[in-house]
Design a protein around this ligand. Structure first.
Ligand SMILES: [Zn+2]
Length: 485
């Protein structure tokens, strides 16, 4: 083809083109002909050039068919790679519009196209996409089926995915069992059907693909567990808060200092205590000096220079009404921590014999020594331990946020989250039990250990936690599919 003229107008480029092949084949008899009968002009839209719209004036020739046996006397030349016979757009232009539509959507595509110098409408884009030839899906062995919404919460369809190629193979207009079953009838190769926990797809698969193994989709199983955990957390959190209020109203020995169970540690040895008191004394002396200098009218910066302190510390001390005690050093985690709530409970029940308490927790798996139990008990004689732990740590969570502490891999929790989780578990024996069950279920899911499902269900039955029991009974009804998952 030959460009004869290019004009730049307000609306873009106007390009005049002629085809130059010496011959053209008759569309009826396929005989080439070189005798031109006449010319006519076609107006075509073409792909934009540097953001300008392009209009082609294409001069098309009509040829006479010289084949005496052919019915066609005159035919217009064909440009098969360039434009369809009756089209008003070039093929490459149509392809651009289709690509934009596939990558975006009707409305978004129309907006993007306008920016690129392509004039089209939402409807035109959708028509092109609908007009694409059906891609044959071939045989599907591993099918994933789930619902999706055309309009959230109102109208649903079904999406079918080939789990091997990870491609959508079909969409169905509703989420009825019959519609899904009809589709499965036409796909007799189905080997595995992975589906949600609802009954519709399960019954469709048992009806129309009885040969296929049904799998409960792991995503949905874990989601159900998460929902059950939320309910459990909501209940236990309320119980913890209620217990805390009660505890406060009937504190047994108000003259003893109160420490939280997390801070429970053996009394410090004499030498350590001495050193700590010495540190405190020297800090207190400096505090007095700061106050004195402050009263003399020195600025915090001057005081800081004099005493070798940071000016921030000086400012803080001046602002504080009383001597700010140094923060306690962090407690080292100990193997006793996990048994602390139990020992405390027994202590409050009146069991004050160290050897008895030691034997009881040793039976539960305590790895430490009898002596260290005695050391922890010594603290109980000096202070009252508050069983419901630091309540603020629990209060800052809602059941919806706390659930993530429970279901995430503990290795991915940061330090604060780990401490919060430990607090929550300490505060409620039910939650401690539940946490272990939840984590072992998730481990089973991640490591694909379906054979342990029965043992897990038995443990849940023992636990007596109603929320997990109801989750387990859901699994029980659909056990084969969950185990297969
Ligand atoms: Zn012909």
């Amino acid at each position: 083809m030959l460009i004869e003229q290019i004009q730049i107008t307000e609306n873009g480029l106007v390009i005049e083109v002629v085809a130059t092949t010496p011959t053209s084949c008759c569309p009826l008899c396929s005989q080439p002909s070189s005798s031109i009968h006449c010319h006519y002009r076609r107006r075509l839209r073409d792909a934009p050039c540097a953001g300008r719209r392009v209009q082609l004036f294409l001069t098309v020739r009509k040829f006479s068919c010289r084949n005496p046996y052919c019915e066609r006397k005159v035919f217009a030349e064909r440009l098969p790679d360039f434009v369809e016979p009756w089209a008003r757009m070039t093929i490459r232009y149509c392809q651009q519009i289709t690509s934009i539509g596939l990558a975006t959507c009707g409305q978004g595509g129309a907006r993007l196209a306008a920016r690129l110098g392509i004039q089209t409408t939402r409807q035109a884009i959708l028509r092109r996409i609908m007009g694409l030839p059906e891609v044959s899906t071939g045989s599907v062995l591993f099918l994933g089926i789930d619902d999706f919404s055309f309009r959230r919460g109102y109208r649903f369809g079904t999406i079918l995915v080939n789990l091997e190629s990870r491609r959508v193979v079909d969409l169905l207009p509703d989420r009825q069992a019959e519609t899904a079953a009809a589709w499965m009838y036409h796909h007799p190769d189905l080997f595995v059907v992975s589906r949600d926990r609802g009954s519709a797809y399960a019954s469709a698969a048992s009806q129309a693909a009885p040969q296929a193994t049904q799998c409960a989709d792991r995503f949905h199983v874990v989601k159900n567990l998460t929902e059950a955990t939320q309910l459990l957390l909501a209940r236990c959190q309320a119980e913890i808060l209620a217990a805390k209020d009660q505890e406060e109203s009937k504190r047994q020995e108000p003259n003893k200092p109160l420490i939280s169970i997390e801070e429970w540690r053996p009394p410090e040895p004499r030498s350590v205590e001495k050193a700590r008191l010495a540190r405190r004394a020297s800090r207190y002396a400096r505090y007095q000096q700061v106050l004195e200098f402050g009263q003399q009218g020195m600025t915090p910066k001057e005081i800081a220079g004099r005493l070798g302190l940071s000016s921030r510390t000086v400012q803080k001390w001046l602002a504080a009404a009383t001597f700010p005690e140094a923060r306690k050093r962090r407690k080292k985690p100990s193997s006793f921590d996990a048994f602390a709530p139990y020992v405390l409970k027994r202590w409050k029940e009146g069991e004050h014999k160290g050897i008895m308490l030691y034997r009881e927790i040793k039976a539960q798996g305590y790895p430490g020594s009898e002596r260290s139990v005695y050391r922890y008990l010594a603290t109980l004689k000096q202070a009252e331990i508050q069983a419901p732990v630091n309540i603020e740590r629990i209060k800052k969570y809602t059941p919806n946020t706390a659930v993530w502490l429970f279901v995430r891999d503990p290795k991915t929790l940061d330090e604060i989250e780990q401490e919060d989780l430990a607090t929550i578990r300490l505060a409620s024996p039910a939650l401690k039990k539940a946490y272990d069950l939840i984590q072992s279920f998730l481990a089973m899911v991640h490591k694909r250990e379906g054979k342990q499902l029965d043992a897990w269900l038995a443990k849940v039955a023992e636990s007596g936690l109603p929320e997990l029991l109801s989750f387990a009974s859901g699994i029980e009804k659909d056990k084969d599919a969950v185990r297969a998952a």
